[in-house]
Design a protein around this ligand. Structure first.
Ligand SMILES: NC(=O)c1ccc[n+]([C@@H]2O[C@H](COP(=O)([O-])OP(=O)(O)OC[C@H]3O[C@@H](n4cnc5c(N)ncnc54)[C@H](O)[C@@H]3O)[C@@H](O)[C@H]2O)c1
Length: 260
């Protein structure tokens, strides 16, 4: 894809203050978009916009919590009001909140995970669909997870929410394809972000994990950003309602027999 691919476009990225969201914001800006960077953490959103500006791109920070549906509506409507368009929405904010085997998960823990990782994704998709369908097109990309495809003990609430995103994406794509809006999911495997570093712990644990990945390494945020940039661009003009797995082969692998 050439750097001019997204020239003149306007993109919004949630959770853009760190990790995958920051890498995507930087990439979409490098490809020519004006990027609106949302994050719960105002300082981190501002840092991302400064990185983009220093690299010669255009960005603005809009802090806020995407579990607040009114905030999400304001984020999207405000982007439309200021820029007169919204071409790309990367709905990316999320993280595992309630950890442990299912019988240990409280009602509150379950609800918190579903609120951030599924309900907020719905608020974002709904708000983006409203403006994009009226405008006659756009690309929505939701960040799911390899946890949607296979279970890791102790991550049940997060995994259930991330799996539900895939069906939300299909419903949105089917209902709004006729308006020109495309809706897809990106499925990262293990990605070296601050959240993943906290989850994995030591370098020894990271190395042991990476040895199980067919390509021999965890992804970096830029790997996911490249997939999102493709889904955002006209190169993927006939792609909707699908999932793009970026995981170094992690989810292609089954347990190996220990005989022979
Ligand atoms: N890193 C991985 O290995 C991995 C794997 C699969 C899926 N994912 C998914 O990728 C996405 C990004 O993860 P990451 O690893 O880059 O995490 P990260 O913690 O590095 O960045 C996430 C950002 O989202 C922001 N955020 C959290 N809650 C928010 C809210 N309510 N409203 C607005 N912003 C909020 C945080 O402040 C943070 O800056 C998440 O949806 C995560 O579930 C990550």
């Amino acid at each position: 894809m050439t750097a001019a691919q997204l020239t003149g476009r306007v993109a919004l990225v949630t959770g853009g203050g760190s990790g995958i969201g920051r890498a995507t914001a930087l990439r979409l800006a490098a490809d020519g978009s004006v990027v609106v960077v949302n994050d719960l953490d105002a300082g981190r959103a501002q840092e991302t916009t400064e990185l983009i500006t220093r690299a010669g791109g255009k960005a603005e920070a809009r802090a806020g919590d995407v579990t607040d549906s009114a905030l999400v509506d304001t984020l999207v409507d405000g982007t439309w009001a200021r820029h007169g368009r919204l071409d790309v929405f990367h709905s990316n904010a999320g993280t595992g909140l309630a950890h442990g085997e299912l019988t240990s998960i409280s009602d509150e823990g379950w609800r918190a995970d579903v609120e951030l990782n599924l309900n907020a994704m719905f608020y974002c998709v709904r708000a983006a669909l409203r403006v994009m369908s009226a405008a006659g097109g756009g690309s929505i990309i939701c960040t799911s997870s390899a946890s949607a495809l296979g279970a890791v003990p102790g991550t049940g609430p997060y995994a259930a929410a991330k799996a539900a995103i895939l069906q939300l994406v299909r419903s949105a794509a089917v209902e709004y394809g006729g308006t020109g809006v495309r809706v897809n999911a990106v499925i990262p495997g293990a990605v070296k972000t601050p959240a993943f570093r906290r989850y994995i712990g030591s370098d020894e644990r990271l190395s042991a994990y990476e040895r199980q990945i067919p390509l021999g390494r965890a992804c970096v945020p830029e790997d996911i950003a490249a997939a999102v940039a493709w889904l955002a661009s006209d190169e993927s003009a006939c792609v909707t309602g699908t999932t793009l797995v970026v995981d170094g082969g992690l989810t292609a692998k089954r347990a190996e027999p220990l005989i022979g």
